[in-house]
Design a protein around this ligand. Sequence first.
Ligand SMILES: Nc1ncnc2c1ncn2[C@@H]1O[C@H](COP(=O)(O)OP(=O)(O)OP(=O)(O)O)[C@@H](O)[C@H]1O
Ligand SMILES: [Mg+2]
Length: 327
Amino acid sequence: MENLLEIKDLNVIYKTDEAIVHALNGFTLSVKKGETLGLVGETGAGKTTMCLSTLRLLPDQVGEVVSGSIKYRNIDILKASKKEMLKLRGAEISMIFQDPMSGLNPVMRVGDQIKEVLNLHFPDMSPKDKDARVDEVLTLVGITPERKDQFPHQFSGGMKQRVVIAMALVAEPKLLLADEPTTALDVTIQAQILALMRELKEKFDSAMVLVTHDLGIVAEFCESVAVAYAGEIVESGTIEQVFARDKNHPYTKGLFNCIPDLTSTAPRLTPIPGYMANPRDLPKGCKFANRCAHCTEKCMAAVPEMQEVAPGHFIKCNLFEKGASGQ
Ligand SMILES: Nc1ncnc2c1ncn2[C@@H]1O[C@H](COP(=O)(O)OP(=O)(O)OP(=O)(O)O)[C@@H](O)[C@H]1O
Ligand SMILES: [Mg+2]
């Protein structure tokens, strides 16, 4: 199926006073039309940086794309003009931020905030139609339209996240970047919001990148999964391929060992030993090498090649080189 978003070999740095942080290092990922892709990986892996780069919202002066490409349909995002980006954001690609408040203006009524998205993308729409559309989208996310004149602080955390989702969806984007949309919420609200997002995604036939730490959420809501580690994708494939736990990157294996398995009698979970490579001073070879039980000299010498271990299932690890024995 047609790729909607194609990120190739993306390198992104943050320049701070003390050091250069290598946030994305050869990050490659594609998202197909209508697909729901789960993007997992521990804190600092570069998940938010990938979303911000795609919308060209990296912090000014600090964040910088050094090399690589981002293509949305036939648009070269890194070369697009400011005007083109304004048209893309919200109407074609929308992002739901990790913290709902960072997407909301505290001193503006929620209905007006949603309407602002319409003002930007549908300047010719009549005020009456805009009002109707705001009511419609609020109803869709389970908020009565009578509350549209209230301010964000008058809403609970879950309600605020619903408003943010309404804003992200009001212009019916084709691609939704949902950056841990439910981490700030309690478990019951989390399930409701995810179910709602799935419903809306299907209604609008949009693709979604769902960023999460939670493999359980990925298994339940996504069709495919990509695992990020120290700024690159180390494994990707369909849910069936990756969750079969037959062939996995050693890091993905470690992630699976960190989640409780109700059918296992193992007395405790096995955390991955050590820490992620320091993004200020990355090793020359595989970035997982210092934590990997299978590490060899070859792994230390150069970044491993991506291997296709089954059609559409990719693992960036020397264990899966042609002729190697696997794990
Ligand atoms: N504005 C910034 N200035 C300097 N370094 C930054 C900045 N933003 C992110 N970083 C660094 O870039 C790397 C990638 O960060 P990013 O926020 O993309 O990770 P993440 O995968 O989204 O993590 P989390 O799961 O905690 O949200 C980290 O090492 C982080 O410390
Ligand atoms: Mg993040």
